[in-house]
Ligand binder design. Structure first.
Ligand SMILES: *[C@@H]1O[C@H](CO)[C@@H](O)[C@H](O)[C@H]1NC(C)=O
Ligand SMILES: *[C@@H]1O[C@H](CO)[C@@H](O)[C@H](O)[C@H]1NC(C)=O
Ligand SMILES: [Zn+2]
Length: 298
C-alpha cells in the first residue's frame, strides 16, 4: 500500500523538525522515493561532479596511480562499535584504535592523509539489486562505504566545502547461494547486528572488538577505480575522492535479507536506499591495477 498524499504530508512535516546528525550533516529529511527532488532543498544535488556513476572497464584510463596505503586498519578499536539505524542506512562512527588514533588511508588519488570516520551500506530489496555504483554494466546487491575525512580539515562541514575533503572506499557485494559464507570477524558482526536494528533509531553494540581491516576480508586492495565525485546523499557535496574496489565480495543469501527487514522513520521497510546513476560528464575514471597485472597491458 502506498499513500502519496500521506508521504507528502510527512515530508513537509519532517523538514520542519531538527534532527539528529548523521556524519555531522544536519539531517533534514530526504527520501529515496523522489531523489530528483533533493536539489530543491539541497542545491548541490543538482550540481556537477555527482555520484554514483557507472564504471566501465572499457572507458577507464589505466594509469600508474599509486597503491592505497592503509594505516591502523589492523589495530582493534578501543571500544565496541555502536551500530545505528538512522532511517536512511545502517552505520557506525569509526572509533579510535587501542593506540589512540583512527585508521587512515593515503595513496591512490589522495595527496593527504584521510582518517576513517563512518561506515555505512546501500542495498536494494527482494526485487532489485541496490549497489550505488555499476561495474561493467552490472548493479550488485550491496555496497559498503568507508568514509574518510582529510586530516587537514577540522570539521565535517569544512571537509564537505572542499573538493579534497573526503575519501570514500567502496566495496561491492554479490549474493552467493552456495554453502556457508565465511567472513572475517568484522562483517560477521555487522551483518549479525542487523537483526537488532529493525526499528528506526535503534542502536546495537556487537560484543566483539574488531578491526576496520576485517570489513575488507581478503579483498584485493591493489585493484580499484578512482574518480572525483560527491556524497550520494544530501547535501551531495562534490567533495569525495572515490575509490571503488574492482573485486566484488560475497554475501550469503542468508545475510542479505537482514538488510531488507530494517525500517525507516515512518516505520516502513527501508529498501532501495541507493541514489540513481549520475552523469559522468567529462570526468576521467582511473583504474589502478597491481604492478604485475599492469605489465600484461604492455
Ligand atoms: C562552508 O561553506 C558555506 C557556504 O559557502 C559557508 O557558509 C560555511 O561557513 C563554510 N563552512 C566552513 C566550516 O568552511
Ligand atoms: C534517537 O535515540 C536517541 C537515544 O536513544 C535519542 O536521544 C534521540 O532523541 C532519538 N532521535 C530520534 C529522532 O528519535
Ligand atoms: Zn554511502
Amino acid at each position: 500500500m502506498h499513500f502519496p498524499a500521506f508521504d507528502d504530508f510527512y515530508q513537509r512535516l519532517l523538514f520542519l523538525l531538527p534532527f539528529a546528525t548523521n556524519f555531522g550533516i544536519p539531517e533534514r529529511s530526504f527520501t529515496y522515493n523522489a531523489p530528483h527532488e533533493w536539489k530543491d532543498t539541497f542545491p548541490q544535488c543538482g550540481g556537477a561532479e555527482q555520484s554514483p556513476i557507472a564504471i566501465s572497464r572499457h572507458k577507464v584510463i589505466p594509469i600508474g596511480l599509486p597503491p592505497l596505503h592503509f594505516f591502523r586498519y589492523d589495530e582493534p578499536f578501543d571500544q565496541l562499535l555502536s551500530v545505528h539505524n538512522n532511517g536512511h542506512t545502517v552505520h557506525f562512527s569509526v572509533p579510535t584504535t587501542v593506540f589512540g588514533e583512527r585508521p587512515s588511508v593515503t595513496g591512490g588519488l589522495l595527496q593527504d592523509f584521510y582518517e576513517a570516520r563512518d561506515v555505512h551500506f546501500h542495498w536494494g530489496s527482494q526485487q532489485s539489486k541496490g549497489s550505488e555504483h555499476l561495474l561493467n554494466g552490472r548493479r550488485y546487491d550491496l555496497e559498503m562505504h568507508i568514509v574518510h575525512r582529510n586530516t587537514k580539515y577540522i570539521s565535517d562541514e569544512e571537509a564537505r566545502n572542499n573538493t579534497d575533503g573526503l575519501a570514500v572506499l567502496a566495496v561491492l557485494f554479490k549474493v552467493v547461494r552456495t554453502g556457508p559464507t565465511f567472513y572475517q570477524p568484522g562483517l560477521n558482526e555487522i551483518f549479525g547486528s542487523l537483526l537488532h536494528l529493525g526499528d528506526f533509531n535503534s542502536t546495537y553494540a556487537p560484543p566483539v572488538l574488531i578491526t576496520l581491516e576485517s570489513l575488507l576480508s581478503n579483498l584485493d586492495r591493489g585493484n580499484f577505480y578512482s574518480y572525483k565525485g560527491s556524497l550520494t546523499t544530501p547535501p551531495c557535496s562534490p567533495a569525495v575522492l572515490w575509490h571503488v574496489f574492482a573485486e566484488v565480495l560475497p554475501i550469503s543469501y542468508q545475510d542479505l535479507p537482514k538488510f531488507w527487514q530494517l525500517r525507516n522513520r515512518q516505520g516502513r521497510p527501508l529498501l532501495n536506499n541507493f541514489r540513481p546513476l549520475q552523469s559522468q560528464e567529462t570526468r576521467q575514471i582511473f583504474h589502478r591495477r597491481p604492478a604485475d597485472q599492469q605489465l600484461l597491458w604492455l
